[in-house]
Design a protein around this ligand. Sequence first.
Ligand code: CDP
Length: 232
Amino acid sequence: MQVAIDGPAAAGKSTVARLVAEKLGGIYINTGDMYRALTWIALQRGGDPETAPERVAAMLDNLRLDYRLADGAAPVLALDGHPLEPAAVRSPAVAAKVSFTARIPPVRDWLVERQRRAGQLGLVVMEGRDIGTVVFPGAKYKFFIEASPMVRARRRLAQPGEVVDSATLESVAAEIARRDELDRNRRISPLRPAADAEVIDTDHLTAAEVADLIVERVYVGESQCPSHTRHI
Ligand code: CDP
């Protein structure tokens, strides 16, 4: 069973999805980290996803990206067998290029295949941009988490290591607006809510409140479907 959580940059999806997975006893998968991991390794190898997308695509044949189950709800993402450093994949340098990686068609095919495989692990709470529209269009629970640009900039600024030292509210807002524009206007799998997703405006809600709302929807949905309740 999949719970799909999509939304724009810095809306708070990761915190919410992690909480939902913990509360439901499920597995939390952050697909943004997968796009970030490929961006990081491409930059390490001198391939800029913006100017040399073909080099990023060419890496895929000899790359292994998989999840290892760890303590807690979140499995650890490993690249060629090495666990990824959160500080590396969440760095501003990777954030600046990740939307270019995410618009390379073979990259999306390669990752969506792995995301669908991860979705078979059990009760999976997966967050990203196209989970409800492309990865699991048949998911029973779909949410699209929104927040206004300034609220999102404030949330991102509060995350240590994710912005440059000189960052201001305005510069962070501009950076996430630029990334959203690339994500919304790309040709394949653009960022948008699935027609059957519940859109949640989180400007005035804490992450815990959003998570509670989602968990409530799942409980209500599953109580109407007795054969599934044993998974929760
Ligand atoms: O955490 P944040 O909101 O900054 O972004 P993320 O979830 O780490 O995603 C980073 C980038 O990966 C996004 O801006 C998209 O370009 C891309 N992405 C995507 O295209 N599809 C997904 N399912 C997840 C991420």
